[in-house]
Design a protein around this ligand. Structure first.
Ligand code: GLV
Ligand code: MN
Ligand code: MN
Length: 424
């Protein structure tokens, strides 16, 4: 039977004493992960519950076991590696995700997981012994590249995404999330809110490559910053229903071409976002029947929109929808809009943020437009983020990068934070 929030705790055997060892170096771990799920163009396709994802997950397990950490997979497929008694509570947890966007970079996600293991090794090396349980986590399906919504593993855990909603998700080939999980060896009947596991966590710190140029452009030399907030953001699916017809014989005035309405909506989204100081992106599109000499019957476009506050975000999306519907009326195209996911504004825990910034000698504090598991967890756990400088700011692209020196500075910063939070 799968556990749920109401089930009383089943008696557990006493935890096996952990024999904590050092593991592979940062460089070795990085090298091991580098070829996994890499496409010929150099980008990564590590989508949830695929074979590339399975390789990443096997890598995580190996890292945990090589260090003598207690490895576990929670009901939603998130992987944990525990140092100390995982049931004791008030744990300090660090980590990130290993999945990627289509043709993503090597750093978004993996940097946080590799740095977490490397930071544990450094504590070991220094002879520092935590007084609180410490854990490394890999949250599954953070990017939502396969099934739509982002942060599926952490959202299921907090209850922000219900098991019922998750079970209804399908990928582009019609494979449901439960089918994909089952094929990958995870029991989909178990998914759902996991308050007991999250109650073990006293603080979560996610290290992440910066996805902008704030640190690169900040005066002075700052390889690491602390996050202040995440802009509210969401994903909306726009369906433009037209009429398939012959590209060579249908007079322009007889057409109901959804591509026109879509194209106009892309331009409208850009303009509305610019006027509101927000962001709006149509980065994914699917066309039916997708033939070069056929007018499309359906264009499906996904809008990703983000803004400094929820009111602005709601207004931008409403205006884009209005523009689509108005243009659709002129084109003979019916427009429907479905919100696929939404993340409210996140203000990271102020006390934790300030403590980290002070511990790091006055590290810059920066907001971000990118979503993270840390943002999801912040609803239930004091949460903070460290950002590692990205010299170009490019992310969600194979060109995403951070220098070796800055990655090392990220590990040192994480060590200082873990020492402060878990070792005194
Ligand atoms: C995740 O990287 C997102 O912000 O979309
Ligand atoms: Mn990302
Ligand atoms: Mn990420």
């Amino acid at each position: 039977m799968s556990p749920d929030a109401q089930t009383p705790p089943t008696p557990q055997p006493p935890p096996t004493p952990t024999v904590w060892r050092r593991g592979a170096s940062f460089q070795e771990m990085w090298r091991d992960l580098l070829p996994v799920g890499r496409s010929p163009g150099g980008g990564y396709r590590r989508h949830a519950w695929t074979s590339a994802d399975a390789e990443c997950r096997a890598w995580f397990r190996e890292q945990a076991e090589a260090r003598g950490l207690t490895y576990e997979v929670d009901r939603n497929g998130n992987q944990w590696a525990w140092l100390g008694d995982e049931e004791a509570g008030d744990a300090v947890v660090t980590g990130s995700h290993l999945d990627s966007v289509p043709d993503g970079g090597a750093f978004d996600g993996p940097l946080g997981v590799v740095s977490a293991f490397a930071a544990l090794d450094e504590l070991h090396e220094r002879g520092t012994r935590p007084v609180r349980p410490l854990a490394v986590v890999n949250f599954c399906d953070e990017e939502g590249a396969r099934f739509g919504p982002a942060c599926v593993g952490s959202r299921l855990a907090t209850g922000a995404l219900t098991a019922e909603q998750a079970r209804a998700l399908r990928d582009a080939d019609g494979v449901t999330l439960p089918e994909a999980m089952e094929r990958a060896g995870h029991d989909p009947d178990a998914i759902g809110a996991d308050p007991r596991r999250l109650a073990r966590v006293g603080a979560f710190v996610e290290l992440h490559v910066e996805q902008g140029r704030f640190l690169a452009e900040a005066p002075g030399d700052h390889p690491v910053g602390v996050a202040s907030a995440i802009w509210p953001h969401g994903r909306w699916r726009f369906d433009f229903h037209g009429e398939a017809n012959h590209a060579g014989t249908t007079r322009l005035e007889d057409r109901r071409d959804p591509m026109l309405t879509y194209a106009n909506t892309v331009l409208a989204a850009r303009k509305k976002a610019r006027l509101a100081g927000a962001l709006a992106t149509f980065g994914k599109v699917a066309v039916e029947p997708n033939g070069v000499n056929a007018i499309a019957s359906l264009v499906r476009g996904w809008l990703d929109s983000r803004a400094p506050d929820e009111e602005t975000l709601a207004a931008v999306v409403a205006e884009v929808e209005r523009a689509a519907v108005e243009r659709g009326a002129r084109d003979g195209v019916r427009v429907t809009v479905v919100r696929e996911s939404f993340a409210p504004v996140v203000e990271f825990d102020h006390a934790l943020r300030d403590r980290l910034a002070a511990r790091l000698g006055g590290a810059p504090v920066l907001p971000t437009g990118a979503g993270h598991d840390a943002g999801v967890l912040s609803a239930v756990v004091p949460t903070a983020m460290l950002h590692v400088r990205n010299p170009t700011g490019v992310s969600h692209s194979p060109a995403e990068t951070a220098t070796e020196d800055d990655c090392a500075a990220g590990v040192r910063a994480l060590v200082a934070v873990l020492e402060d939070l878990a070792c005194r």
